[in-house]
Design a protein around this ligand. Sequence first.
Ligand code: F6P
Length: 368
Amino acid sequence: MAAAKKVARIGVMTGGGDCPGLNAVIRVVTKAAITQLGAEVLGIEDGFLGLIRNRMRPLDWQDVSNILTSGGTILGTTNKADPARFAVGQDEHGQPLFKDVTNRVLEHIAERQLDAIVFIGGDGTMTGAANLVRRGVRCVGVPKTIDNDLMSTDLTFGFTTAVQTATECLDRIHSTASSHHRVMLVELMGRNAGWLTLHSGLASGSDVILIPEIPFDLEKVCDECTRRGQLGKRFTLIAVSEGAAPLGGKQVVEKIVHDSPDPIRLGGVSAVLAEQIANRTHLETRATILGHVQRGGTPVAFDRVLATSFGFKAIQLIAEQQWNQMVVLRQGRTEAVPIESVAGQQRTVPPDDPLIAMARSVGTCMGD
Ligand code: F6P
């Protein structure tokens, strides 16, 4: 790799919700910047907040040793701070007041002499990075999220580990469902994308899989629970996305986080459904929300390798002075697409995804 003379100092930050594999990227970005470019690395703390508040620290070889296998991010993160719409206080009604603090961010980038910044994040982070691209900052994006909902990449790191964790939880609940002859609902994260639920629902052999992309018919879900009983299967395991909604109905919103760029937090559909199914079928039901357990823990081997190859590709892009690109995985190879082309978009499960047909072929009810 040819060293790029003009890049002497690189910033690296993790933005949005944490996920397994972030530290693996920080590690390779730092080490490869040193070995391939002879550059210094500054770790930006707590996502965009570090750029807004000028909180950065040097990362050297020792700082990133022994972090490959650890979950979370040594730099910290937040899914709240958007420089273009930063909460600076409250009005007289207790509502947040927002201000565009992008100029402050640009001052801090200049003051710290950052020649390029690696943004490790999801669509919110890429949207923030795209705003900085328009202001002349040299950015490279690395896609992370357990939701797997970033445009243009076949996969984000963190997703495979979350699928593994969720599947293990579903397996555990499977045995209780079977022993107690219950309808057990397990609610998974993913926002408006059903990837996590579809993959772990399939991996666990869930009897019903409900995803946001296929509005469910409550009658059909109840019929499936009853039908299984008639066939001698005295339990039903239901994997349901937090974003799943009934035909013609709405998603269940748990809370609104006003100072977040994506303020809606989904959650609670499993409890609502459990009650409706119990009332209609008179079967015993229980609901479990897996929650943030899906985001934590050590990355599986696949995610460690994927995160490392993404981070390495980011340094290659910097070496080649290919600015404002996000690393993607396409047909097993790391490539790059313009950050602006992915900002503000979500990749949901297409209706013709082969996994849906596959699920149906083994008798899984998709709720429709
Ligand atoms: O985007 C990752 C994710 O875990 C989503 O699946 C979930 O809806 C959301 O973040 C939860 O956000 P928070 O950590 O703010 O509760």
